[in-house]
Design a protein around this ligand. Structure first.
Ligand SMILES: Cc1cc2nc3c(=O)[nH]c(=O)nc-3n(C[C@H](O)[C@H](O)[C@H](O)COP(=O)(O)OP(=O)(O)OC[C@H]3O[C@@H](n4cnc5c(N)ncnc54)[C@H](O)[C@@H]3O)c2cc1C
Length: 483
């Protein structure tokens, strides 16, 4: 089964650091066990005849199924197939796991799909991306991205040597490849990814060639250290059902003179070209599409929990509660509608690849940064103090005070035990370290939300909206002259 192969493949000598220790066997560590078990189940779906068509597609030349994130869509049907696969894995994980590799796989698929146009950036690009894409697809590689440069002093740029030496840069070239040094911050899923897709989010000046690159780096590269944040995984499933199975670890990457073979150096040395690749519509359209499909599942999950809590404590009849529950439904509909619009308005690129409309997707991603904190606020408002009225564990239901537990924890429409389980689930979403991390994630995963919205304005064809205003005012002033 592919899930077992995935777990087995992680015994590859990678250097993962957690709490001051180098983790020798990632799959056996309690910080990763629950999450890897979830991923294993997802990977196994491709080997299950009753499920594989939901998440995968048949690759005739290989005579096997591959995940649909690798499918290049030329028709609406193929675009829907991609959407279905994102939706399926998201539903399986309640939208709580955002970097299951389908995002980064889509980015690679987009570059592969647009390889003819992108060859203008580098004649070797098409050959390199084709070889990588096919290998990743056929070996079910787990991929993630690391794009952001370390947060040292955001008021300084590469002209400051403190910044230049810490941002990822090339220190020398060899016949085998380039040797890079520096760091990248936040790669979700880093300890259990196979490869990192690496480039910079920043726009570098022409003279900063050493910092301009697009790389695909194996996680077990000698000299690469994966430095994890504190683990939020919790082995007490009943107390923390989400932290038990969904802690996607985030990590910082240290590159201590890491050799990147030439075939994995997709671009190097020209900031303009790196920027052009980063802005490629095909790749971004296919990858960002996954983000919004996943987000629908997350909103549905939060809404489901909020509805259940409202019912469990008998507050659904209050007008202001109904208003807030209605607001959650509008959030789901708005993101769903934007997703459907992005698919319906998909336009073929120069190679005929059907690319979801990026404008709708960007709007959904921006709305998400505000919707998610609001959804959590509504959940808090609906549940009130109930979140901290839960007992420390469910053991008391079976001990000497069992009768009293059943009496005092009972809900309006559910048993005491179910109500406690429900509130513990909700607390894991709003009050645990994992829950807080999710709040931060939804605000920042798509980049800085402030600059995201500002860019939307800056890129927009403003005259389409301002011309009618000036026309109207011109007509009025003519009218007043005539009078
Ligand atoms: C949980 C989590 C998971 C993540 N996973 C990934 C991942 O897997 N891969 C990946 O590549 N990235 C990931 N990210 C990183 C994410 O893309 C960045 O956090 C995001 O782009 C914001 O950048 P930053 O954190 O460096 O914030 P900064 O850019 O340092 O911003 C900090 C504050 O300063 C302001 N600011 C900074 N510079 C400017 C400026 N020039 N102009 C105006 N305001 C400015 C910002 O508005 C913000 O308020 C993740 C982030 C989080 C929180």
């Amino acid at each position: 089964m592919r899930g077992d192969q995935f777990i087995e493949s992680l015994y590859d000598g990678r250097s993962v650091w957690l709490e001051g220790k180098q983790i020798a066997h990632v799959p056996e560590h309690s910080a990763f066990k629950g999450t890897l078990s979830t991923i294993k189940t997802l990977f196994n779906m491709l080997d299950d005849p009753s499920q594989r068509d939901k998440v995968g597609y048949w690759v005739p030349e290989k005579e096997r199924y591959a995940h649909s994130a690798f499918l290049v869509p030329y028709t609406q049907q193929e675009l829907q197939q991609r959407s279905r696969s994102f939706s399926c894995w998201s539903a399986e994980t309640n939208g709580m796991m955002s970097r299951l590799s389908d995002y980064a796989r889509s980015l690679v698929t987009g570059w592969y799909a647009a390889r003819e146009q992108l060859s203008a950036l580098d004649p070797a690009f098409a050959v390199k991306i084709s070889a990588y894409y096919e290998g990743a697809r056929d070996r079910d590689l787990f991929l993630t991205t690391a794009i952001i440069d370390p947060q040292i002093d955001r008021s300084s740029g590469l002209d400051d040597h403190r910044i230049a030496e810490r941002f990822l840069h090339v220190v020398r070239e060899t016949s085998e490849g380039i040797v890079v040094r520096g760091a990248k911050m936040i790669a979700t899923g880093a300890p259990y990814t196979h490869d990192f897709v690496i480039f910079s989010f920043l726009q570098f000046q022409a003279e900063h060639q050493q910092h301009a690159h697009v790389l695909i780096v194996p996680a077990n590269s000698p000299g690469l250290h994966i430095v994890c944040r504190e683990s939020f995984a919790d082995e007490r499933e009943q107390n923390h059902p989400l932290s038990y199975r969904y802690d996607e670890m985030d990590a910082v990457l240290f590159f201590d003179d890491v050799l990147i073979p030439w075939e994995r150096v997709l671009l190097y040395g020209d900031p303009e070209k790196v920027l052009a690749l980063r802005a490629n519509r095909t790749a971004n359209g296919l990858a960002f599409h996954q983000n919004v499909v996943r987000f629908v599942a997350k909103l549905e999950f939060v809404t489901g929990i909020t509805f259940a809590i409202a019912e469990a404590i008998g507050v659904t009849g209050f007008l202001h509660i109904q208003e807030k529950l209605g607001e959650l439904l509008t959030q789901i509909d708005a993101i769903k509608a934007l997703t459907i619009a992005s698919e319906a308005k998909a336009v073929p690129d120069e190679s005929g690849v059907l690319v979801p409309d990026l404008s709708y997707i960007e709007t959904a991603r921006s709305l998400g940064t505000k919707y998610y904190p609001r959804a959590i606020e509504i959940l808090q408002q609906v549940g009130g103090g109930g979140f901290v009225q839960t007992p420390s564990g469910i053991e008391d239901f079976y001990g000497p005070i069992s009768e009293l537990m059943h009496l005092y924890f009972e809900g309006a429409s559910v048993s005491a035990e179910k109500k406690v389980e429900l509130f513990k689930l909700a607390w894991d979403l709003i009050g645990s370290p994992l829950g807080t991390r999710h709040l931060l994630y939804e605000k920042f995963y798509a980049g800085d939300p402030v600059r995201g919205l500002a860019n939307h304005y800056n890129r927009f064809d403003k005259e389409a909206l301002t011309d009618p205003i000036w026309k109207l005012l011109k007509a009025n002033s003519k009218g007043s002259l005539m009078i």
